[in-house]
Write a protein that binds this ligand. Structure first.
Ligand code: KG4
Ligand code: ZN
Length: 335
């Protein structure tokens, strides 16, 4: 079954075609650059930009796969969570495409998409796919807007273990990135700067939510701000050392709870998803602590893309369980 997946919940306009929830046939991603000079995403501008480029991206996705609309069995789009105007563009376009081609439309939860990115394989046609991740799994979904630690008991059965009480991990990376003059998005820039820095240079606080699986990053963000102001008063800012110390504090907090959850629930696998999962220091910190295989999608499948939406849609059809609303819902949860 070939599904065309559309993702427009934030600032990536993306369309992909995936076979049987796993084999990526094409994956076109356009990251909006119009927000660079505002230092953050302006929802109205983002929605208009999706509208401007989406049809071209969908055509490109079909062309890359060597397919036409007649070869597609279903159309899927993100219906939440995300910016409502942006979601509407992708979901309405997807519905139109499904209607025009007489195929079903499947609404997808963006967070399930980040989870199912772990099922994707960029394997050439005719070659065998790698084995599927084994369940149950502990999944850490860390993106620009979410930091959710969930137990995936079976396909599409998610139990929330913990989530951030304030900022999402990606949001903290973005804010500190801006503070250090590294631009937007901050995550990849901080990771790069941190490679040339000493993570032990400055001791930054970890939230004291010791016996729970929740996270909190706002105290760390404030402490980093204070540290930067103090250092600036003394001379040139040691950007690399601050970046490395901040990254260590975030990744240790995420890794420690993820590993503890995996041990407590005796899972078979630990999965990562969302843009922050692209961070190699985070992967290393988790791997050091667990005796299980850690599965992480390749970086371009960690950040927002249409392939993860097409993959999740396949499992929505197979495991109808938790219904996904037909209307776009900006605050949709994973569990
Ligand atoms: O999943 P995503 O593409 O969009 C949302 O659903 O939010 O995640 C974007 C977030 C941004 O906050 C970005 O700074 C962060 O992921 N990110 C990273 C890295 N690459 C992207 N954070 C840390 N290290 C990275 N290498
Ligand atoms: Zn995302």
């Amino acid at each position: 079954m070939r599904i065309l997946g559309i993702e427009t919940s934030c600032d990536e306009t993306a369309v992909a075609i995936v076979e049987d929830g796993r084999r990526v046939r094409s994956n076109v991603i356009a990251s909006q650059t119009v927000h660079a000079h505002t230092g953050g995403i302006v929802p109205e501008v983002a929605a208009r930009e999706h509208l401007r480029v989406l049809d071209g991206i969908a055509q490109q996705s079909l062309a890359d796969a060597g397919l036409t609309l007649a070869d597609i069995d279903a159309v899927a789009a993100t219906v939440g969570p995300g910016l409502v105007g942006c979601l509407l563009v992708g979901a309405n376009y997807g519905r139109g495409l499904a209607f025009a081609s007489g195929r079903p439309f499947i609404g997808v939860n963006h967070l399930e998409g980040h989870v199912y990115a772990n099922w994707l394989a960029e394997t050439a046609l005719g070659e065998a796919l790698p084995p599927e991740p084994e369940l149950p799994a502990v999944v850490l979904v860390v993106s620009g807007a979410h930091s959710d630690l969930v137990l995936m008991e079976a396909h599409r059965r998610f139990r929330l273990l913990g989530r951030t009480q304030d900022d999402a991990a990606g949001e903290a990376f973005d804010k500190v990135g801006r503070l250090l003059g590294l631009g937007f998005p901050g995550g990849p820039a901080i990771e790069l700067a941190a490679r040339a820095g000493n993570p032990k240079a400055y001791a930054l606080p970890r939230a004291a939510l010791a016996d729970r699986y929740d996270f909190s990053f706002s105290g760390l963000k404030t402490a980093t701000l204070r540290l930067v102001r103090e250092l600036e008063a003394k001379g040139p800012l040691p950007v690399n050392d601050v970046a490395a110390s901040f990254q260590l504090a975030v990744t240790e907090a995420l890794a420690e709870k993820t590993a503890r959850a995996a041990a407590e629930h005796s899972v078979r696998t630990v999965l990562l998803g969302g843009g922050v999962a692209a961070n190699l220091a985070l992967r290393a910190a988790i791997e050091r602590r667990i005796g299980h295989p850690l599965l992480v999608p390749p970086p371009r499948l960690c950040t927002d893309n249409g392939a993860m939406i097409a993959a999740a849609a396949f499992y929505v059809l197979r495991h109808p369980g938790t219904a996904i609303p037909v209307t776009v819902t900006s605050g949709l949860k994973l569990a």
